[in-house]
Design a protein around this ligand. Sequence first.
Ligand SMILES: Cc1cc2nc3c(=O)[nH]c(=O)nc-3n(C[C@H](O)[C@H](O)[C@H](O)COP(=O)(O)OP(=O)(O)OC[C@H]3O[C@@H](n4cnc5c(N)ncnc54)[C@H](O)[C@@H]3O)c2cc1C
Length: 67
Amino acid sequence: MTQNLVVIGAGMASGRLLEHLTDSDPCAYSITLFNGEPRGNYNRLMLSPVLSGEKTYEQIVTHDGDW
Ligand SMILES: Cc1cc2nc3c(=O)[nH]c(=O)nc-3n(C[C@H](O)[C@H](O)[C@H](O)COP(=O)(O)OP(=O)(O)OC[C@H]3O[C@@H](n4cnc5c(N)ncnc54)[C@H](O)[C@@H]3O)c2cc1C
């Protein structure tokens, strides 16, 4: 039976958690994800290289909106 799962925050921890949950059984949960930022998950550790111009934002996205 599919369970409803609500997650607040599309940060690094929730991205890894949802990856783990959907890897083990993609249909186990009907997931609703709320985020305070208008984007999906990205690797926050890599923000400094983005701000210094070494990387683009697209290069640090771990799970985009479609995911
Ligand atoms: C520039 C920078 C460099 C860093 N470098 C390192 C490093 O080298 N090594 C290291 O170990 N750590 C580093 N960190 C810290 C690391 O990024 C954090 O420890 C990690 O991102 C925490 O993960 P998290 O999922 O708990 O929270 P976050 O990744 O902060 O995600 C939380 C998410 O929840 C959302 N949110 C919060 N409140 C609400 C709400 N009320 N409603 C909806 N959404 C909400 C936020 O918008 C955010 O998207 C760095 C952080 C920064 C900013």
